[in-house]
Structures are given as structure tokens and as C-alpha cells.
Design a protein around this ligand. Structure first.
Ligand SMILES: O=C(O)[C@H](O)[C@@H](O)[C@H](O)[C@H](O)COP(=O)(O)O
Length: 597
């Protein structure tokens, strides 16, 4: 077992001891109440079963039986969630066959960051995670359930659902994934056409045609962005069945696994020999396993925020320094878009999560004594197959494609995909895995913007004709909800293509799909709270040294007066006026950008 992994795990446990003990005590107290349904009044119970058929009614009223609460993020606008339409009926049927029951406990909102990228709706995106946690809690608050199944994949949805489920730490909870869409045109081709459009080389019809070929079917987008990072990391944390993250939607094996997880839940509820509440599944060992999988796979920068917020919901304190320490010993073991050309279907074909987990285990990088929702961590080194309609799990093999998952004893880079930055501009993160070595050090004059749309205008006006540090500030959580600024990527990539050095410096976010442009993001303290970015002027010399984790400005800016623009126009429209409480209460990016304690 790697010593750094051991130490970081121990550090998290030690610094969390008070909050974690309080959290576990609350969960144990709830568990000790036994079947919550049995404590409801007759009127409460009658309401619970009012809409059920006779058989389901008697099952739910029989307190020896299990009733699973489904939290669904189904809608048919979000391609990754469209397959969930039929899941509740399937889960109910699977449980009914073994004498148990399930009900849809509640629906949660599910927004698509692809639809809202560069649009006003994106300002709601990060806040929607906490809203989803709250909506999950509302569904489960009826106290008629013995376990929880979470139907959610995408960026803020799955993290929000697990945060909500953690408030019911006495219940077992698991994800039921739904899988990626088939590969369309390559992500590289997609980026090329976007850059051509930004440079005026192709028209809008060509752009729309290409986009429709990239996004074309039900299922998760195929790049290794935030949604697929959720899937990979949550499988590594043992929050779903082994090998289940990236099977295609509607396949026979996917269907069988949905039945398997549904019936499995009935065997791990309170009173069972294998009782496995979510409060015991998510502990410091599981969190570290998730971080290791994130770093080894070069996953989304959004997880430097979400993993902290999830840990918090379990009474654990994870910091960016934990990411940094782990990143020094966790090698990059996959090469997936935006870090390389392959997509998530190629990753699955190369062996998928079980093959990656086997490699991590062989290198002593996992806490193998963590408690997953299914079996032991050894089971997460296996993958499922169908044998005469029965799911069986067989040992994972080494990578079948060494360009996608590295061979044993090889690696794409000795360090993990994310790097923490710390300098006189504050603290932030960079996704180093996608940035070429020659672009990791930059010194350039600042051009300061308060909005991503002004960057676009400056590009169109030809103002980026030199090396440049593009500062986009007042895009932190408290300013406008910390939108992703992914729309800037084709523009800044074109500036790089013209031979200039570029760095984006922002207190906003980037998409998990953002790649080769060096970007110091999540800068904290944010400009809205007088962070150093609020005192930067055009022309100040900014330095990024990604390999050494430095982001700084040469001039002494400490005596300057912070600049604060009027943000009123960004706080209305697309429902943003309803989120003012979030903007007031949200914590910093380094603290999970959450309104929840
Ligand atoms: O964090 C993420 O993964 C993104 O927010 C992702 O959910 C979004 O869909 C991208 O905007 C699409 O990216 P591309 O179409 O540019 O690959």
C-alpha cells in the first residue's frame, strides 16, 4: 500500500473526527429506530399506499418486507437521462418478484450543461447540485423507505443525489447507471469544426450538422467530461455495481444489472446480516479511492468542488491539499478526450473501470478495505457478463488497448491529471493532463474581462494578437453561480494556433470537456469577495507555472482598491432571480461551493 495514500486517508480521518462522529451518531440513532414505516400513524401509511394496487399495498404494509425509494432525475430533454423513463417500472417488477416493493420517492431537476453552455441558464447549474440534494431529501423524508436507488448520471445531478442520500445515512443507497450513447463523429473533429467556425472558416449550417452528428442519441455524451467522471469515480467508490458505469443503454446486460442492483438492495437493509448503510460506505477510505480514480483518469475539474461537497455531507473534510498530495503519487493511467483522442466507449472496450481498478490495486493505490455497496473491493476488480440470462462477475483483464488504458507497469504520466495552484493571485486548480508540456509555463500581460461574452467580442475585434493572460473574473459562486466558461475554448485555442501563448485565469469553472488551453480556474478567494483578481489591471504581468503549482502577478497589487462591477443584469432572467439566497450563502470553490453545511 502506497504510503501517501495511507497518510492522506489518515489525515482526512483525523481532521474530520468531530464532525464524522456526530454524523455517524445521527445515522446510527436513525437506524436504531428500526423500520421507519412501522412508526408511522395509520393515516400516514394509508397515504403511502393510497395509489398502490392490492398486492403492492399489502407488501408495503408488511413491515418484514423492503420498500425501496427511487429518486429519479428522468427527463427526456437530457439525453443521458432519457433511458431512465422505464427504470422505475423495471425496478418495481424486479423487487415484486422477490416479494418486496419500490416506489418513486421523488423526482429531482436535471439540467444539461451542454444545452446551457455559454447561456444564462448555466448560472443555475452549480447551484442546482445543492437543490438536487435538497430535492432528494424531500423525496426520502416520507420515511417509508428501507433503501434508496438513485437514477442520475450527469454533472450536478449524481453528486447532488448522493449528498441528499447521505442525509439519510442509515439507509443503503446506490446508483443505477444508464450508459453512454454510441460514438458519433470524433471529439477531435468536433473541436476542429468549432475552431473553424470561430475563425469564420465554415458557416453555421456546417457547425449545426457537425454538432448533431456528435450528439445524436439517448445516453451520456461520449467525451470524458463531468458526467462520465461521475460514473467512473462513483463506480470506484463502490456506489454502483462493478463494471456497470459504461455499458450501453438498453443492452441486455444493462437491463440485467438494473434488476441485480434492485434485488441486491433488499439484502442490505437494516436487520440483514449484510446491512450496508451509505454512511458506512462513504468514509475516508472510499473518498480517497474516488480521488485516486479521478486523478488516474484525468477526470473533470468540477470534481475538485463536488468531492469536497460530498465528503462534507458525510461529515468528512477533504481539501485541495489532499488532491495535490495524491496527484504526486497517482500516475495518469488513461488517455481519454479531452486529454487524448479516445472516447468513453473506447475506454469501455479497453476494459473499462474494472481494468483501471485492477491497475490501481496492483500499484497499491487503493484502500482495498473500503466497504462498497456490493461485496468487497475485490469485486470491483471484476466485470459483469451474462451467462444464460444470469449476471456473473469475472476477473478484469489487463488493458485491451494500451493507447487508452495503460499496460501494467506503464503510465501516460507519473502524476495525476489535476494540479492545485497557489500564489499571490490566490488558490485554484488546473487540468494539467490535457495541457502540452510547452504550454505549462506562461508569462503574459493581463487582459481583464468581467464576462465571457466580452472575451468573444475582443477576439472578433482582433485584440488577441500577442501573448495574453485572459482574466475572466466575477464569475465565482457568489458573483453569478460560477458558470462553466467552456465556450471560450475554441477562441483561445485559435489564439494559440496563431502562435501566441495564452492562459485563462478565472474564478469561474470550465467544463470537464475543456482541454489543451492552460487554464487556472476556481480561483479563490473570488473577485466578488475582494480576491486578488479584483485588483488586477490590464497589462499586469501574470505568471502560470503549472508544473510547480504557481499562479502569480508580478506587480504589487496589494494596495489597489478592489474593482466591483454592477452584476444586477446577471442576476435576473432564466430564473436567476430565484437563486439570490444561493449567491449570498454559497461557500468558496475550495469549500465545495455549497450552501449546505
Ligand atoms: O463538464 C462537462 O462535462 C460539460 O459541462 C458538459 O456537460 C457539456 O455538455 C459540455 O459543454 C459539452 O462539451 P463539448 O460539446 O464541448 O465537448
Amino acid at each position: 500500500m502506497n504510503k501517501v495514500i495511507e497518510q492522506v486517508t489518515k489525515n482526512i480521518a483525523e481532521r474530520s473526527v468531530i464532525k464524522r462522529t456526530e454524523y455517524l451518531t445521527r445515522a446510527q440513532n436513525l437506524a436504531s429506530l428500526g423500520k421507519e414505516r412501522a412508526n408511522l400513524a395509520c393515516g400516514n401509511l394509508a397515504h403511502t399506499v393510497a395509489s398502490c394496487g392490492t398486492s403492492q399495498k399489502s407488501t408495503i404494509l408488511d413491515f418484514t418486507k423492503v420498500n425501496v425509494g427511487i429518486i429519479t432525475a428522468y427527463n427526456d430533454m437530457l439525453s443521458a437521462h432519457q433511458p431512465y423513463k422505464t427504470y422505475p417500472d423495471q425496478i418495481k417488477m424486479a423487487l415484486q418478484k422477490i416479494g418486496h416493493s419500490a416506489q418513486v420517492a421523488g423526482g429531482v431537476p436535471a439540467m444539461c450543461d451542454g444545452v446551457t453552455q455559454g447561456q444564462t441558464g448555466m448560472d443555475l447549474s452549480l447551484f442546482s447540485r445543492d437543490l438536487i440534494a435538497q430535492a432528494t431529501a424531500v423525496g426520502l423524508s416520507h420515511n417509508t423507505f428501507d433503501a434508496t436507488l438513485l437514477l442520475g448520471v450527469c454533472d450536478k445531478i449524481a453528486p447532488g443525489q448522493i449528498m441528499g442520500a447521505l442525509a439519510f445515512g442509515h439507509l443503503p443507497a446506490a446508483f443505477v447507471p444508464s450508459g453512454p450513447m454510441p460514438t458519433g463523429i470524433s471529439n477531435e473533429h468536433k473541436v476542429k469544426v468549432r475552431q473553424q467556425y470561430a475563425a469564420g472558416e465554415v458557416d453555421k449550417t456546417a457547425l449545426q450538422k457537425m454538432e448533431n452528428e456528435a450528439y445524436h442519441s439517448p445516453g451520456t455524451c461520449t467525451f470524458y467530461g463531468t458526467a462520465n467522471t461521475n460514473q467512473l469515480v462513483f463506480e470506484a467508490m463502490g456506489l454502483m455495481l462493478p463494471g456497470s458505469a459504461f455499458l450501453p443503454p438498453n443492452s441486455a446486460l444493462r437491463h440485467a444489472l438494473t434488476d441485480t442492483i434492485a434485488t441486491h438492495m433488499a439484502n442490505i437493509t437494516y436487520g440483514c446480516k449484510n446491512y450496508r448503510p451509505i454512511s458506512e460506505v462513504i468514509d475516508e477510505r472510499t473518498m480517497v479511492n474516488g480521488l485516486v480514480a479521478l486523478l488516474a483518469s484525468g477526470g473533470s475539474t468540477n470534481h475538485t468542488i463536488h468531492m469536497i461537497a460530498i465528503a462534507k455531507a458525510a461529515g468528512l473534510t477533504v481539501t485541495w491539499d489532499d488532491f495535490d498530495q495524491l496527484s504526486k503519487v497517482v500516475p495518469s493511467l488513461t488517455m481519454l478526450y479531452p486529454n487524448g483522442p479516445a472516447d468513453i466507449n473506447a475506454f469501455q472496450a479497453a476494459g473499462g473501470v474494472p481494468t483501471l481498478m485492477k491497475q490501481l490495486c496492483d500499484r497499491g493505490l487503493l484502500n482495498m478495505d473500503a466497504k462498497p455497496i456490493y461485496g468487497t473491493m475485490r469485486d470491483y476488480l471484476t466485470h459483469p457478463i451474462l451467462e444464460e440470462d444470469r449476471v456473473i462477475f469475472i476477473d478484469a483483464v489487463d488493458s485491451k488497448d494500451k493507447q487508452v488504458i495503460s499496460a501494467p507497469n506503464e503510465m501516460f504520466s507519473p502524476q495525476g491529471g489535476l494540479k492545485v495552484l497557489d500564489g499571490n493571485l490566490g488558490r485554484g486548480v488546473i487540468k494539467i493532463s490535457a495541457v502540452a508540456e510547452e504550454n505549462r509555463f506562461i508569462e503574459a500581460p493581463a487582459m481583464v474581462f468581467e464576462s465571457q461574452h466580452d472575451v468573444e467580442k475582443a477576439y472578433q475585434a482582433g485584440l488577441f494578437n500577442h501573448d495574453v493572460a485572459v482574466v475572466v473574473r466575477h464569475n465565482g459562486p457568489a458573483a453569478n453561480g460560477m458558470p462553466e466558461l467552456h465556450k471560450l475554448m475554441p477562441i483561445l485555442a485559435n489564439v494559440m494556433k496563431s502562435g501566441y501563448k495564452v492562459v485563462l485565469v478565472t474564478d469561474g469553472r470550465l467544463s470537464g470537456a475543456s482541454g489543451k488551453v492552460p487554464a487556472a480556474i476556481h480561483m479563490t478567494p473570488e473577485a466578488q469577495y475582494d480576491g486578488p483578481l479584483s485588483r488586477i489591471n490590464n497589462g499586469d504581468i501574470i505568471r502560470l507555472d503549472a508544473n510547480n503549482g504557481d499562479i502569480s502577478v508580478k506587480q504589487d497589487i496589494s494596495q489597489r482598491i478592489p474593482f466591483h462591477p454592477d452584476l444586477t443584469s446577471q442576476q435576473f432572467g432564466a430564473g436567476r432571480e430565484l437563486f439570490s439566497l444561493f449567491r449570498t450563502a454559497v461557500s468558496s470553490a475550495e469549500d465545495g461551493a455549497t450552501i449546505l453545511n
